[in-house]
Design a protein around this ligand. Structure first.
Ligand SMILES: Nc1nc2c(ncn2[C@@H]2O[C@H](COP(=O)(O)OP(=O)(O)OP(=O)(O)O)[C@@H](O)[C@H]2O)c(=O)[nH]1
Length: 357
């Protein structure tokens, strides 16, 4: 029996950081495979997991909708056959819907020796309210369908803010176990306990859902989605040029009426802008651009940015940005500098100038 854990969470919530914690503290010694799908990702944070000896399957990012469900099912079947792992960790994109991903796994569950162990959603405690309000369609789905909710950054929040955040989450999900203690204070036992409690809820979920819906809207074979036409997703996939989209269709084949249900494609709402850069940045330039992206709307609504760039002194820096916050670390030399910005209403011309590309 292979256990499957989904670690979902909005852009920059802290999924990768929490996965690191689980790997070192909770799942150490298990044979693990990670399947990840990043929205407009440029492979910036893959390194550490590879170093940890974890098998990683990266999926092309695409239209994050029903076709993604097919892609997850396929990726899962493949890693089960290839590696026979104890556990598969699935990290959907920050703008993926947890319900879609869970459905993909349930489809595989019928024919394979797997069980969903946890539907874990990482929530940036400082931004839960704002994301619920502005990006509710994506954010809410991740909260509603979670068996365990892990709140990040609570060490940077006042007690009142933590309470308010938990209250906001509880309104959407009355059952989930909520981890609100800062992770650094948590040992293996506490995390395992929260996940186990979540897993009990997971089994309730399954009973509940089997009665409530019969998964009728996406029950056809997603594996042969290559054969379908590109009839729904003819919109611009922006700068995802380095992903091989043409192999995939994005036809939202499940047949339900997206507009009617107010479903949107993530690609229609969020834009990912990625560029390679050979520009060498000064400390001042880097500081200026990170402040501009995290504190102003001059470049659009920036939700996430990551990059690895070379500095004028020859060293390399890696940065990680979410609204109002960023982090810069020393980086290893890479074949070229790379940057990625995700948000809404991105001003791409302005971004080109800002990054000197
Ligand atoms: N201080 C603090 N920083 C955190 C915490 N969780 C995440 N971060 C920081 O937030 C940034 C984003 O964290 P990631 O773990 O990369 O988030 P992610 O959800 O994987 O992000 P995506 O790449 O958008 O999927 C990084 O700079 C982290 O160091 C936390 O609990 N405390």
């Amino acid at each position: 029996m292979t256990k499957v854990d989904i670690i979902s969470g909005f852009l920059g919530a802290g999924k990768t950081t929490f996965i690191k914690k689980l790997l070192s503290d909770v799942w150490a010694g298990e044979k693990l495979v990670l399947i990840e799908n990043e929205f407009g990702e440029i492979g910036i944070d893959g390194g550490f997991l590879k170093d940890a000896g974890i098998e990683i399957t990266e999926m092309n990012s695409g239209c994050i909708c029903c076709t993604l469900v097919g892609d997850f099912s396929k990726a899962l079947v493949k890693v089960l056959d290839e590696y026979h792992p104890d556990r598969v960790i699935i990290e959907p994109s920050g703008v993926g819907k947890l319900s879609d991903v869970a459905r993909a796994i349930e489809a595989v569950e019928k024919d394979a020796d797997i069980e969903i162990d946890g539907r874990i959603t990482v929530v940036d405690g400082k931004k839960a309210k704002m994301y619920m309000k502005n990006f509710g369609e994506f954010f809410k789905d991740q909260v509603e369908h979670a068996s365990t909710i892990v709140v990040s950054r609570t060490q940077m929040m006042t007690d009142e803010k933590v309470e308010e955040c938990v209250h906001t989450l509880r309104e959407e999900n009355a059952e989930a176990t909520i981890i609100s203690t800062p992770w650094d204070e948590l040992g293996k036992e506490a995390i395992s306990h929260a996940l186990t409690k979540g897993a009990e809820i997971e089994s309730l979920f399954e009973d509940h859902e089997d009665h409530d819906h019969d998964h009728d809207h996406c029950d056809h074979d997603h594996h042969d989605h290559h054969d379908h036409d590109h009839d729904h997703c003819d919109h611009d996939h922006h700068d995802h040029h380095d992903h091989d989209h043409h192999d995939h269709d994005h036809d939202c084949c499940c047949g339900h009426d997206h507009d009617h249900h107010h479903h949107h494609h993530a690609d229609d709402v969020f834009t990912s802008w990625g560029k390679e850069t050979v520009h060498k940045y000064t400390e001042e330039e880097l500081d200026y651009l990170l402040k501009a992206l995290s504190e102003t709307t001059s470049y659009g609504t920036i939700l996430r940015s990551k990059g690895i760039i070379q500095m004028t002194d020859g060293g390399w820096k890696q940065f990680d940005l979410v609204p109002e916050e960023y982090e810069v670390r020393e980086g290893q030399p890479d074949y070229t500098g790379r940057i990625c910005v995700i948000g809404t209403d991105l001003k791409e011309e302005e971004l080109l100038k800002l990054f000197h590309v």
